[in-house]
Design a protein around this ligand. Structure first.
Ligand code: ATP
Length: 361
């Protein structure tokens, strides 16, 4: 097991472009499951590949257990990588695929056999050990790829979108299997995904990247409850938070014309612009709306998920205003074109500076 420390790690593919990974500093604890998440092209895979030694590093350092990895070849790093494509050898059986790295590392035949048997048991692959990848389902191939990483008993697992080739249902069950397995084995893991639900459900902590820059590293709960900026606020959470820009006057901001008091010593911001954020569950339907206290929304879309519903709408008479998303904890008879009056839960709002996008405490 090991600690991993990214110390201003930087990767620049060309002199003219902005760095793909820009001075990332990240301290990963022994046994931690750290998820790197962010939109396509934000630098997740490059960061992971730098740790595995598959990508050079143009600035800063990466330390594993305190040792600078500069110049250490990938095969000498004691890091096992699980790829999105699984990268299995098609002409080898599941058992041979798992044993391959151990054979190369000159582990004895007896020990290799024992480690493969143990991994096969953990991953419920025992009946499939003689099959070749072409004779297995996507989920089974994925488990062989995991098995190949486990048998090496590495210091660190690096996983690059290992679930993205599975169908939605299998992805959900496999995600909890991998998280459970990681907790049991206690091997430090860096896991890349663009799926924020995967990130939130699997990681001890989640690192959000944008344009090669680290935005926030926090527990899933903290990321959701206290996003540091509007980017993190809108990236984490599904459906997304509603963000509305507003002026401030006398300690009050306005969400689509509805006054929301700012009781956090923000009077000094009078005349400034802020962004008010309200998550879907931070609204409720006003049963008997009083004038000025509730927002009339014209419903544009209703998503009924069985136990709960999401209603998307815009302020009545303001078709160009930002869309508001409201979660209802029961079924709704609302339909597109209806008007519903909603009120924000005024103590649940997030506030950001409109110019910088940074959170205002
Ligand atoms: P995705 O989720 O789409 O896989 P990502 O967050 O993993 O994206 P990276 O693959 O790390 O992103 O890429 C980060 C940036 O670096 C992108 O702008 C990409 O175009 C660029 N990049 C990646 N690999 C190379 C390369 N070999 N040569 C030049 N540019 C590259």
């Amino acid at each position: 097991m090991a600690t991993v420390y990214f110390d201003e790690a930087t990767r620049r593919f060309s002199k003219d472009d902005a760095p793909a990974v820009d001075r990332i500093t990240l301290d990963i604890a022994d046994g931690e499951f750290l998820v790197l998440v962010g939109p396509s092209g934000c630098g997740k895979s490059t960061t992971l590949r730098m740790l595995a030694g598959l990508e050079p590093i143009d600035g800063g350092r990466i330390l594993v257990d305190g040792h600078d990895q500069k110049g250490v070849r990938p095969r000498d790093r004691d890091i096992a990588m699980v790829f999105q494509s699984y990268a299995l050898y098609p002409n080898m059986s599941a058992a041979q695929n798992m044993a391959f790295a151990l054979d190369n590392a000159k582990v004895s035949k007896a020990e290799t056999k024992q480690r493969v048997a143990e991994a096969a048991k953990i991953l419920e692959l025992e009946p499939l050990l003689d099959r070749k990848p072409g004779q297995m389902s996507g989920g089974q191939r994925q488990r062989v790829a995991m098995g190949r990483a486990i048998v090496r008993n590495p210091k660190v697992f690096c996983m690059d979108e290992p679930l993205s080739n599975l169908d939605a249902k299998l992805r959900v069950s496999t995600r909890s299997q991998i998280a459970g397995l990681q907790r049991r084995l206690g091997i430090t893991t860096v896991y890349v995904t663009h799926d924020q639900v995967e990130a939130m459900t699997m990681g001890h902590r989640v690192a959000v990247l944008r344009d090669g820059k680290l935005q926030q590293v926090d527990t899933p709960e903290r990321l959701y409850d206290r996003p540091v900026n509007t980017f993190v606020a809108s990236f984490i959470g599904s459906p997304a938070i509603t963000l509305v820009e507003s002026g401030v006057r006398e300690g009050v901001a306005s969400v689509h014309g509805l006054d929301v008091p700012l009781d956090r010593g923000l009077a000094s911001r009078a005349g400034q612009r802020v962004v008010v954020g309200l998550r879907p569950e931070s609204w409720h339907v006003a049963e008997s709306p009083a004038a000025g206290s509730a927002l009339p929304l014209t419903v544009e879309l209703v998503e009924s998920l069985g136990a709960e519903s999401f209603v998307y709408g815009r302020p009545t008479g303001a078709p160009d205003a930002e869309r508001v998303t409201v979660r209802l904890d029961k079924r709704t008879h609302l339909q597109v074109g209806d008007t519903v009056h909603v009120e924000p839960n005024r103590d649940e709002l997030h506030l950001f500076d409109a110019a910088s996008g940074e959170r205002i405490e």
